[in-house]
Ligand binder design. Structure first.
Ligand code: HEM
Length: 438
């Protein structure tokens, strides 16, 4: 840094580098920015390739962490006081209603956006390795899938905390489905609930999982996820660019070795630096990538805040184990499972086929395993890496989209068309005033 710069200029040089040299330095020397590459391809930072869905997921996680920390100062994880403390946050604490609504909206959006990010990565064939050596994109796909499952569980554990009727019965339905798992189902439910029923033990377990273990796990896996994106040579679309240039001869860059805290070692993949027309295809990460990163994150915070102003977080009557609401529904992102359980429960004479086992455990279990193994069975060529709807992967994308459509239809069915006793009602049919079951 030139000595004549003012303190303000020194503080802001990362964001407003004046030369290419300064732009490179600003990435390498900044503690927060050094995990980004000094140069980024125009394609990877375009809005139309990734839709920045991964970044939006990370921004939502950031919003959740900040609002969650504030809520922790006010919430009491005890069955006697939890409901009242949430009521206080909602009605007595200044702007408590806003922080709670923001937390809730960001949580719902995170589930949806992470799922969309998975869909985007699949449709682009972003789990596939290109031609560079040492890539391991299938591993990053599996890390991502684990992040999705943890996101579901993170949201699910938060659902119980207000300790109202909605929370209590949604968790009852959810954990009942889980208990249908063969051999270990009951034990799993016992460990999760801290007993045979939802009580103080459950609340404390869910609280610790929700506020400490699961967020820490997300943070660790997310760091690994990002580190792998770097080591795999950037986003998958970069491979397409590199491949298009293979026709022009160029000298391969030297590979460097790397190590992460000495735990894992390998050799870098120089996909980006092997681009022949490097200058035309890339821009300095600072300020171009940073500016978009900031813009996407601010837009995420803004959208969540606006939604929180208008959509209040629900709070029903206090939890009452003796009063079952009818219908009792799982959280919306598990309603396709609840629907599947109903649809696979078949009675033939005295014989009943257990829907909780088939629809609640076996089918979703198979779905997760198929998704995790998909990259290893995808035989399409490198031309289909990082390309939206590549013609070579047409059949795969069609199967995937049909699967997604089924999950979507089941979710809509469970959310809007299932009334008391889980009976089917068209949107124009009114639900009978069903007595609550005791
Ligand atoms: C908490 C959840 C997650 C976060 C915060 C996250 C974050 C990110 C970010 C910031 C990127 C960089 C590019 C982009 O913005 O799209 C990325 C890339 C990627 N993510 Fe995720 N991700 C998450 C979950 C997932 C899931 C569920 C999957 C799929 C199973 C996945 C698979 C991938 C893949 C394959 C890439 C590389 C994309 C490419 O090369 O085009 N991620 N992720």
């Amino acid at each position: 840094m030139p000595a004549q710069k003012s303190l303000w200029e020194q503080l802001t040089w990362t964001w407003r580098p004046e030369t290419t040299r300064e732009a490179g330095d600003s990435i390498v020397r900044n503690l927060l920015l050094h995990w980004f590459p000094a140069k980024a391809t125009r394609r990877s930072i375009s809005f139309g390739y990734s839709f920045w869905l991964g970044t939006i997921s990370a921004a939502l996680f950031f919003v959740l962490s900040i609002t969650g920390l504030i809520l922790m100062f006010l919430y009491v994880p005890s069955v006697e006081r939890a409901y009242q403390s949430v009521k206080d946050i909602e009605f007595a604490v200044s702007y408590g209603w806003f922080i709670r609504a923001l937390h809730r909206i960001a949580a719902q959006l995170m589930v949806a956006i992470v799922a969309l990010h998975l869909i985007r990565a699949f449709l682009c064939g972003a789990y596939k390795n290109g031609t560079a050596a040492n890539q391991n994109r299938p591993l990053n796909w599996i890390i991502g899938l684990t992040l999705l499952l943890i996101t579901f569980f993170l949201s699910f554990t938060g659902y119980l905390l207000p300790w109202d009727q909605l929370a209590y019965w949604a968790i009852t339905v959810g954990t009942n489905i889980a208990s249908a798992a063969p051999l270990v189902g009951d034990q799993m439910r016992f460990v999760l609930l801290g007993g045979n029923q939802i009580d103080q033990n459950t609340l404390l377990r869910f609280y610790v999982l929700h506020c400490f273990f699961l967020p820490t796990l997300v943070l660790l896996l997310f760091s690994w996820h990002m580190w792998r994106v770097r080591k795999d040579g950037g986003l998958a679309c970069v491979d397409g660019l590199a491949l298009a240039q293979r026709r022009e001869p160029f000298a391969p860059a030297k590979a460097k070795t790397y190590s992460l805290l000495g735990i894992t070692k390998g050799r870098t993949v120089h996909v980006e630096t092997s681009l022949a027309d490097f200058d035309r295809l890339t821009v300095d990460s600072s300020p171009h990538l940073m500016r978009r990163l900031l813009l996407v994150s601010l837009a995420t915070v803004l959208v969540c805040s606006l939604l929180a102003l208008f959509v209040a977080a629900p709070l029903e009557e206090p939890a009452n184990p003796r009063v079952t609401p009818n219908p009792a529904k799982a959280p919306w992102y598990f309603l396709w499972l609840q629907e599947l359980v109903t649809d696979t429960t078949l009675r033939i004479g005295d014989f009943t086929i257990n829907g909780a086992l088939i629809g609640g455990i076996i089918l979703p279990g198979v779905l997760v395993v198929v998704l995790a193994l998909w990259p290893f069975f995808d035989r399409s060529s490198v031309n289909a890496v990082g390309v939206w709807f590549a013609s070579e992967r047409k059949a795969q994308n069609t199967v995937f989209l049909i699967g997604f459509a089924i999950v979507l239809i089941l979710t809509v069915l469970g959310t809007f068309l299932r009334g008391p006793s889980w009976r089917f009602y068209w949107p124009w049919e009114s639900w009978p005033q069903s007595p609550t079951r005791f």
